[in-house]
Design a protein around this ligand. Structure first.
Ligand SMILES: Nc1nc2c(ncn2[C@@H]2O[C@H](COP(=O)(O)OP(=O)(O)OP(=O)(O)O)[C@@H](O)[C@H]2O)c(=O)[nH]1
Length: 467
């Protein structure tokens, strides 16, 4: 296959038999035929001379060239090959011959084009340059054009050869536009774009990082990303997920800002691989979700907390208790459950008012809390009924805690808004986990039964389950 790059011609062309000499190149030979008919060949390639001496073969080559070629005399088209006709969307060469080149060149490119066509003689060449060309149908094309002085039918002429770059140009433009869009996004996005290398060293980070973490990008780029994580476990969980799935979505984590604050973040990332398919790093987007997390925590707190006393509400208590119950079933460990109910509480409300009753409930909860350990659960099941779950507590231990609570409640000083003092008592029923308990409800039922007995036996007492 020929490679007609920089086709350079000396022409002595008649209308019927054309004689063109090409510099042409193949892997095997290079050859030149000059206008005086002489042929210069590389040594050892004389066979090609036979080919070059056949002038009609050059005319044939001119016709089959995939590159548009036009010969211009005095600024007017004098000869075009079929590729040129195709490029100019013209069906017949005769319609173009004699027309000024300017008719086909974009007005803004005409001064440049005219300057290049003005040169005399046949020993010069214009460098590659882009021109906007208008076809016969009015469509614009972007051409990469080279031109060279030649002799055509005994006159100074210019041979122009052009490659259609319209598509390349559109692609360039699209690329430029997408680069521009990416840059605009990169500069202005609220979230932080980041990319690390295979060792977790930050390669690129977007300017939003300064708003979120207080660092300028240059302070982070080139440093290990893990220096920004407050906890190694967060980092390890992230790495594990990325290595396992190649990506993470809305992955929760935390980072430490320049001023030492811990920021909640959510990360969308994906693993990067090199051409050989080897892991090459991670790129992704980090979002500051501190506000969202605070709201979520607040919502969670509201959903699980009794608004009056601040202890667990019924749902949260039972959920947690269920959890501990299952653990007891699996590991056959101990747990005891106390049901606590204030005695004659209706009377407090009736005598001192509902607000005073509320205050009494708050004091009650605070007093009970003091008697419990971190691992114990305390919740308000409703009204003046409460429940305590003691983990790893046997009967003597549970009885001791319950008695202490009962005692402290009865000696807890309370006063009404008008200054009247009064006290409260509490009845407590206790049940302990048994191996045959198949659900938490069994334990609750037995504790409730014991509480009922405490009430019916006179209140202000602790009763251990009977059977
Ligand atoms: N102030 C106040 N009172 C409440 C609250 N929840 C329930 N109560 C009141 O608690 C009282 C419970 O009354 P009862 O169920 O008759 O029980 P009791 O008066 O404590 O009598 P015993 O349980 O039999 O000793 C009712 O008057 C309820 O209105 C609350 O959040 N605040």
């Amino acid at each position: 296959m020929f490679l007609f790059i920089n086709v350079s011609i000396t022409v002595n062309m008649q209308k019927t038999s054309a004689s063109i000499a090409f510099y042409y190149f193949t892997p095997l030979c290079s050859a030149v035929k000059y206008s005086d008919g002489s042929v210069l060949l590389d040594s050892g390639k004389a066979a090609i001379g036979t080919l070059l001496s056949k002038e009609n073969q050059y005319a044939y080559l001119f016709d089959i060239l995939p590159v548009a070629v036009a010969i211009v005399v005095d600024g007017k088209l004098a000869k075009l090959n079929p590729a040129a006709l195709q490029l100019l969307e013209a069906s017949d060469e005769q319609l173009l011959l004699g027309r000024s080149v300017d008719e086909y060149v974009h007005p803004l490119d005409q001064p440049r084009s005219q300057g290049r066509l003005k040169k005399q003689g046949d020993n010069w060449a214009n460098a590659n340059s882009k021109f906007r060309v208008r076809t016969s149908k009015g469509n614009f094309r972007m051409l990469l054009v080279i031109s060279r002085g030649i002799q055509f039918e005994g006159r100074d002429a210019v041979m122009i050869s052009g490659m259609d770059m319209t598509q390349h140009n559109e692609m360039d433009e699209q690329l430029r536009l997408s680069e521009f869009n990416f840059r605009r996004l990169f500069e202005n996005m609220q979230d932080v774009y980041y990319r690390t290398d295979v060792h977790g060293v930050v390669q690129k980070v977007s300017p939003a990082v300064s708003k979120i973490l207080g660092y300028a990008p240059e302070e982070i780029e080139g440093k290990p990303a893990e220096a920004l994580y407050p906890s190694a476990s967060d980092r390890d969980a992230f790495k594990k997920e990325i290595m396992m799935h190649g990506m993470v979505n809305d992955f929760p984590g935390q980072m430490v800002s320049k001023d030492g604050r811990v920021i909640d973040i959510s990360v969308n990332s994906q693993a990067l691989f090199d051409d050989d398919g080897k892991f090459a790093g991670v790129e992704g987007i980090c979002r500051d979700v501190t506000q969202r997390k605070m709201l979520e925590r607040e919502l969670q707190r509201l959903a699980t907390t009794d608004s009056l006393t601040g202890i667990a509400n019924r749902r949260a208590f039972l959920e947690h208790a269920e959890h501990i119950f299952k653990s007891c079933q699996r590991y056959q460990t101990q747990m005891t459950l106390m049901m606590l109910d204030l005695d004659f509480f209706k009377n407090i409300n009736d005598e001192y008012g509902h607000q005073c009753g509320d205050q009494a409930l708050i004091h009650f909860a605070e007093t009970v809390k003091v008697e419990l350990r971190e691992s114990d659960l305390f919740g308000r099941l409703g009204g003046e009924e409460f429940c305590v779950l003691l983990q790893q507590a046997d009967r003597p231990e549970a009885m001791l805690v319950a008695e202490r609570i009962r005692d402290h409640i009865q000696s807890m000083p309370l006063s009404s808004a008008s200054g009247e003092t009064f006290s409260l008592t509490v009845s407590i029923g206790i049940a302990i986990y048994r191996a045959e308990d198949d659900r938490l409800g069994r334990l609750l039922e037995r504790a409730d039964k014991a509480l009922y007995q405490a009430k019916s036996h006179g209140r202000n007492q602790v009763i251990w389950e009977t059977c």
